[in-house]
Design a protein around this ligand. Sequence first.
Ligand code: ADP
Ligand code: ZN
Length: 210
Amino acid sequence: MKNMIFIGAQGAGKGTYADVIKAKFDIPHISTGDMFREAIKDETPLGVEAKKHIDGGNLVPDELTIKLVEERLSRDDCKEGFILDGFPRTLPQAQALDKITEITQVVFLEVTEDVIMQRLGGRIQCRKCSKIFHKTNMPPKVEGVCDVCGGELYTRDDDRPEAIKKRLAIFQEQTAPLMDFYEKKGVVVHVDSNDPIPSEVVKDIMKKIE
Ligand code: ADP
Ligand code: ZN
């Protein structure tokens, strides 16, 4: 059984690695952020409620988030395992999850602040079609111009250095108590996510969770 949680700061590559690892074990990748975005798009009662909090830059209340995850984990496709991404984010969420099921591994993807600043700081996005590029890692063919639609490329407000620092501080604050909780259970594996070659990071994750 692989009941896993992936934890890491913005820019740690959680989503990227979760997508590769889920295919190797044939288990679902469950992202609460994606589930909320889906619910908002479909204008379900959950989506309408969640939108109020997300638009204000806040977390969705624990009770609502826990109910959503509990329902998702009860489905058949989670029988052999799952990868949780973006949940738990608070100690009450971790405690509630503990009552729902047993977590077998917590994969902590560690990146230095330098690398995060480089990855998020170089991110540029098309104003017209939203396609994402990176100034050095994935540059457009013509500087400042979208390859796809010719639109203007810009740096998002939340990718400016000051905003990145603030998001990281919030992450540290929220995550430290969670890591304590799982370290005590002895289920945490630490993975160095600074390596620029994704296949190397994946190899390391596989070695540590097997
Ligand atoms: P980000 O990395 O920007 O936080 P996510 O896609 O993980 O992006 O989440 C988007 C938003 O959804 C969050 O800002 C938060 O409001 C809400 N959200 C996601 N996961 C949780 C959670 N476990 N608990 C509470 N709110 C959550
Ligand atoms: Zn474009």
